[in-house]
Design a protein around this ligand. Structure first.
Ligand code: IDP
Ligand code: MG
Length: 134
């Protein structure tokens, strides 16, 4: 079984879409094997998004991701990383395909509802950062 790190962003929680999104993950027959809710401390958010620290949108991204509670999950299943990226859709919800979480539920690039690890290596790093395992 593969594992990935998924985080429902503050817009998803604020808009009460957590149930809708979790429903899609479960309907795909992936398993949620750890879950935690809370506001990310800023240093933790900056570490999580460290790869983007030199991008012009970094400050906005960290402001947004710390703006309210997020729901963090460990999700397991065959090809969990790739399957979740497919369910999520492209980064910009304005361009994500209909049928995907971002394509169906979002329209702005910052408020794109969900984070999912982009590789097994990122998944290990992110699961270790948030849940202390890999
Ligand atoms: P991903 O979430 O699909 O993996 P990344 O390129 O890793 O996309 O970017 C991380 C997050 O940064 C995105 O989910 C999005 O919220 C935000 N982001 C990415 N590109 C832009 C941009 O051009 N402007 C504003 N925010 C952006
Ligand atoms: Mg990414």
């Amino acid at each position: 079984m593969d594992k990935t790190f998924i985080m429902l962003k503050p817009d998803a929680v604020r808009r009460k879409l957590a149930g809708e999104i979790i429903g899609r993950i479960e309907a795909k027959n992936l398993s949620i094997t750890n879950m935690e809710m809370g506001v990310l401390p800023r240093p933790r958010a900056e570490e999580h998004y460290g790869e983007h620290s030199d991008k012009p949108f970094f400050g906005e991204l960290v402001d947004f991701i710390t703006s309210g509670p997020v729901l963090r999950m460990q999700v397991e299943g065959p090809k969990a990383v790739e399957v979740m990226r497919t369910l999520m859709g492209a980064t910009d919800p304005a361009a994500s395909a209909p049928g995907t979480i971002r394509g169906d539920l979002g329209i702005e690039i910052t408020e794109n509802l969900i984070h999912g690890s982009d590789s097994s290596l990122s998944a290990e790093r992110e699961l270790s950062l948030f849940f202390g395992n890999d």
